[in-house]
Design a protein around this ligand. Structure first.
Ligand code: G3I
Length: 375
């Protein structure tokens, strides 16, 4: 007996070390905790950007389209859909055995104006807009039924002070446009998870408005599975405490949480939001790291990434996905927002497509957290 068990123990040890060693990527290290994803563009999906395409295929367990499933690119005219890019993203995810989520169905930005124009150029009536929303959502969600785990049904409907954003959807339909969107999405794919997505969810007044929305949707008998916190962060804000406070409120509201567009800008910022129409003029002071990031600043960014990632792991009972909004520092939207022409360093891979040291530190941290049974 004794002889056999030493072999057994030895075998178990190497299995454990093989498994531990096997967790070479964040996608692997977070298995059972949450999906670890990235936003993708067509250069990557088509393999034109082969280096980034390879990183996406090997490092991540989930993907989302950065732009190609939004209303403007996918439904540019009332009687015309552009399915090519979205179809290719679905095929890319299937080929790489990655979970695909949909971004996004109803948003005040990147939405074609025909949605809102009625006869003789007047604003569309509530009935007309509601029917156009139904047709759009049924067409897009219906086409990818069973291929997309869940949808950002409505994106960025609130201002940071908790008031409703005065979008054209809101102007014509009032706040009920959100209920209609969730109703239509569930009709189109009853098995798809449905999410409300926004930035600055860590801002108490906005988080309270989102919690109120969750309660109203549930009270109306409508499905909502999770709230997406975009998590476009800066070197100071939001604090870990503010993020945790929002997680506690959302968990108490009975929904799960998704970190949907995570990035931490290393640059000084004149504006701490993600409203794409915001823009500030360029200055050297606001673009200080064109020749690289000083070691002390890099260390601060690494610590901030680990502090936030540690918080996500701490809440992996309700956090189902952590998605970073891009792959390398080359392609990040933050090089052009809120000031065009800057050099930011918010991603996990550098401008030479090399993995940054932070990735192994995050993997090591993830290993410290036991995989728990999700509720
Ligand atoms: O596709 C056109 C191309 O034909 C044209 O030649 C080019 C020149 O202007 O523009 C291209 O469209 C750009 C599009 O990205 C695709 O690259 C738009 O100008 C540009 O504004 C758009 O930016 C995207 C932005 O959303 C638009 O709102 C960013 O890539 C994307 O990262 C960003 O993502 C949003 C999330 O969806 C929601 N949360 C905030 C986040 C950051 O703003």
């Amino acid at each position: 007996m004794k002889h056999k068990s030493i072999y057994a123990i030895a075998a178990m040890c190497c299995l454990a070390s093989v498994q531990t060693m096997a967790q070479k990527t964040l996608g692997e290290a977070t298995k059972g905790k949450f999906l670890f994803g990235t936003a993708v563009n067509m250069q990557q999906v088509n393999g034109v950007n082969a280096a980034e395409s390879a990183i996406i295929a090997s490092e991540f367990s989930a993907i989302v389209a950065e732009n190609d499933m939004k209303p403007q690119p996918i439904h540019p005219a009332e009687d015309r859909f552009n399915w090519d890019n979205a179809d290719k993203i679905v095929a890319f995810a299937e080929k790489n055995k990655q979970t695909l989520t949909g971004h996004c169905l109803i948003w005040h930005s990147q939405v074609p104006n025909w949605f809102f124009v009625g006869e003789d150029g007047k604003p569309a009536t509530p009935e007309v807009l509601k029917e156009r929303m139904r047709k759009h959502i049924h067409a897009v969600v219906g086409r990818y039924k069973g291929k997309i785990k869940g949808w950002d049904v409505v994106n960025e409907a609130f201002e940071d002070n908790g008031s409703y954003r005065n979008s054209k959807f809101y102007q014509i339909l009032g706040k009920d446009f959100i209920k209609y969107a969730f109703q239509f999405a569930h009709e189109a794919d009853p098995n798809a998870e449905l999410y409300y997505n926004d930035y600055n969810v860590e801002t108490p007044s906005k988080c309270d408005a989102i919690v109120q929305l969750v309660k109203e949707l549930k009270a109306a008998g409508l499905r909502i599975d999770a709230v997406g916190s975009q998590s476009h962060m800066h070197m100071i804000n939001p604090t870990v405490e503010a993020a945790e406070a929002s997680f506690k409120k959302l968990k108490a509201a009975g929904v799960h949480i998704l970190i949907t567009e995570w990035d931490i800008s290393i640059l000084p910022s004149p504006y701490e939001g993600a409203n794409i129409s915001t823009n500030f003029s360029y200055s050297k002071e606001m673009d200080p790291y064109r020749d690289g990031v000083p070691a002390d600043v890099q260390a601060k960014w690494n610590k901030r990434m680990l502090d936030m990632f540690n918080l996500f792991l701490k809440y992996d009972d309700v956090i189902d996905r952590v998605t970073v909004w891009g792959v390398t520092d080359n392609g990040t939207w933050l090089n052009g927002f809120p000031i065009r022409g800057r050099m930011d360093y918010p991603m996990l891979f550098d401008r030479n497509n090399k993995r940054k040291p932070i990735v192994d530190q995050m993997i090591k941290l993830a290993k410290k957290y036991k995989t728990i049974k999700k509720k």
